[in-house]
Design a protein around this ligand. Structure first.
Ligand SMILES: [Zn+2]
Length: 221
């Protein structure tokens, strides 16, 4: 089994050999880990944004956007979907760290535009450790939690009708369910989306866009 130390060692090796975009992604992961560890505690802990360069070429269509850290031919990290990030709507912004509850808390994840029923992909490789309710007393809206034994990161994707159960082994980029409908809970016009959040092994919140590869740019028609 690969230890986190080994993974970072491999990342360091890749830093010496890979193109700038890949280097930036791996550096962001290492920085994200260090930043998250320093803060401790999931509630309210927000890592500083990490600048990452954009890739020179963006994948087209529904191709999952991911990164293969240990070069086993499979993604270790991937975007759940790449239609866009939720901007400002009637309920606020979907950006990581955006204000919530009139500034009393911050948005501890990142919202990704997701039409109802859209296939949603695993953001990390690992084991499904939980499938739960996004809001207590509201069984319909659910989340899927995946924990990576390698990095000890956990990722949660909210508002997903799951197609994987706890205990299942998943690879980043693999479909884990379908986007649910937020229209009933947020009736005043919220962009339908899934919410993705990351935590390190101590539970410190990490910026998803610092952990995941650079978000692919899409050409606008
Ligand atoms: Zn959100």
């Amino acid at each position: 089994m690969t230890s986190p130390g080994t993974l970072i060692g491999r990342a360091a090796h890749l830093v010496a050999t890979r193109a700038l975009s890949r280097v930036a992604v791996i550096a962001a992961i290492v920085l994200g880990l260090a930043g998250g560890s320093a803060l401790g505690g999931r509630a309210g802990a927000v890592t500083a944004p990490v600048a990452i360069s954009q890739p020179s070429a963006a994948p087209a269509g529904d191709t999952p956007a991911g990164v293969d850290l240990d070069e086993d031919g499979r993604y270790d990290l991937a975007w759940p979907l790449t239609l866009g990030q939720r901007g400002e709507d009637a309920y606020g912004s979907g950006a990581f760290g955006a204000s919530r509850d009139g500034g009393r808390r911050r948005h501890n994840g990142l919202d990704l535009v997701a039409p109802v029923g859209a296939p949603i992909r695993a953001p990390i490789s690992g084991i499904v450790t939980r499938v739960g309710q996004a809001y207590s007393g509201e069984p319909e809206l659910q989340f899927v939690e995946i924990t990576s034994p390698t990095t000890r990161y956990s990722a949660r994707v909210f508002y997903v009708g799951p197609s994987r159960a706890p205990g299942a082994q998943v690879t980043a980029g693999e479909i884990i369910g379908r986007a649910q409908d937020l229209g009933r809970r947020y009736a005043s016009g919220m962009t339908n989306h899934v919410h993705v959040e990351f935590a390190d092994h101590r539970g410190a919140v990490l910026d998803p866009s610092a952990v995941l590869p650079a978000f692919p740019r899409r050409s606008k028609a």
